[in-house]
Design a protein around this ligand. Structure first.
Ligand code: NSS
Length: 431
């Protein structure tokens, strides 16, 4: 009796067991009357030996002819063989083609990066891409679990919005509603509305930025983990960020260790153990100027500045108290020096830069109105957001963590798009 197994489970079986495996043909080699096929499924790769005489004639002829990435069902016996990858192979008795490859599979060794991106729908079959996607799923799962266990309620916010959260320059306009509407850059304002009944909330959903910068860390669509908390000040929210980031690194180290090792990486939880160094914008500016960077008070840090700065650290670190002109209008001014705000960006070490942005929000109605005006925005467009400050307003804080930025850093990916199933960048909206 043949048992249908996943490849990973086949490696746990006794030699001689008769099994059926279902998968796709990753590679093929012929040595006379013996054909080796590498069979891939979602759990691993196993070598299948199709030998004339052991396999029936029809199966041998199919194996001879089979195109790469055809889907197949293979029946046979498991045999130990030290020459086979993983020390085990399947000796095929019968091969059935489920779906043949109608043409030569276009993804081959040596094709260029652009070709791989244009054919991402096929490139996804590469084991490396599949591993990154598994790690990504585990990362999101760990984050959700940690937030739930710590009393945060998941909320789902709208994607269509009517006013900018993070400045007008990166808004995607949507022409449908008969009045200006945009794709959301952040669900922060909706979360701020939700804390009046739920107090501690989070969302995990896409954000959109019509990015002006083409860098290795900018996507036009990214997955945003956002958190908002009533009665929390800047220091409370920094603690939440530290603990969440540590939970993610520690959790991935336990739950995805094998996958991470396959990518040639190793996560050491110590590298993300709180507390994280905290520097102010003014100190960061001094470090940058001492490295010869031409930057002045008030300028925001771009990818280059963050890369230089973050090479000075071996752990994630906070940069706080940015000048108010470098940050969006909703940030709370520091009462002891209102020219800076109570914000915190978390930067990943080693040149990776910002992975989290957040801080304390203005909860006073008049101050928020004033800041909206100072930013040359129209308070009328923020009417419902201002309304929240009219009825029982409380101090509150929150942050947003970019899922792809986090993976980019933790897995040392060459480009942030490697963290996406189908990346969206200024230069790519297909496939
Ligand atoms: O602009 S942020 O710094 N902050 C916000 O959007 C706040 N409104 C979030 C909040 O407090 N609820 O973006 C937050 C994070 C940032 O640190 C990155 O990790 C990620 O979102 N982010 C991006 N990832 C990929 N590509 C792009 N373009 C991008 N922009 C931000």
């Amino acid at each position: 009796m043949f048992k249908t197994l996943y490849v990973r489970d086949a490696f746990q079986c006794e030699e001689g067991l008769e099994v059926e495996l279902i998968g796709w043909i990753r590679s093929k080699r012929r040595h006379g009357k013996l054909i080796f096929l590498d069979l891939r499924d979602s759990t691993g790769i196993i070598q299948v030996a199709v030998k004339h005489g052991v396999a029936d004639n029809e199966s041998f002829m199919k194996a001879l002819d089979i195109g790469l990435e055809s889907s197949v069902k293979v029946k046979g016996r498991l045999k130990k063989d030290p020459r086979a990858p993983g020390g085990l192979e399947l000796h095929c008795n019968h091969l059935e083609i489920v779906g043949p490859s109608l043409e030569d599979f276009p993804i081959k060794k040596g094709v260029g990066l652009k070709f791989l991106l244009d054919n991402r729908h096929l490139h996804l079959r590469s084991p490396r891409v599949a591993i990154i996607m598994k790690i990504r799923a585990t990362l999101m799962d760990i984050a959700r679990r940690w937030l739930r266990e710590n009393g945060f309620v998941e909320v789902n916010c709208p994607t269509f919005i009517t006013a900018a959260v993070e400045g007008g320059a990166t808004l995607f306009k949507v022409d449908y509603f008969g009045k200006p509407a945009y794709l959301t850059q952040s669900v922060q304002f909706y979360q701020e509305a939700a804390i009046y009944s739920l107090e501690k909330v989070y969302s995990l959903q896409p954000s959109f930025r019509a990015e002006l910068s083409r860098t290795r860390r900018h996507l036009t669509e990214f997955w945003h983990l956002e958190v908002e908390m009533a009665y929390a000040d800047l220091y409370d929210i920094m603690k939440v960020i530290e603990e969440l980031v540590y939970a993610i690194v520690n959790g991935l180290n336990k739950e995805s260790e094998r996958e991470i090792r396959t990518l040639g990486r190793e996560l050491r939880p110590e590298m993300a153990e709180p507390p994280y160094p905290r520097i102010r914008y003014s100190e960061a500016l001094q470090i940058l100027q001492s490295k010869g960077v031409n930057i002045n008070w008030g300028d925001d840090f771009g990818a280059d500045e963050e890369r230089i700065l973050s090479k000075e650290f071996s752990k994630p670190f906070f940069v706080t108290h940015y000048p108010k002109e470098a940050k969006a209008f909703y940030h709370m001014p520091d009462p002891s020096n209102p020219s800076v705000c109570l914000n915190a960006d978390l930067l990943a070490p080693g040149g990776y830069g910002e992975i989290v942005g957040g801080g304390q929000r203005i909860h006073d109605y008049n101050l928020l109105t004033e800041r909206i005006r100072e930013n040359n925005l129209n308070p009328e467009e923020y009417r419902w957001y201002l309304d929240l400050r009219k009825y029982g307003s409380v101090p509150h804080s929150g942050f947003g963590l970019g899922i792809e930025r986090m993976l980019w850093w933790l897995l040392h990916l060459p480009h942030i798009r490697s963290a996406c199933l189908f990346p969206r960048t200024p230069a790519r909206v297909y496939p």
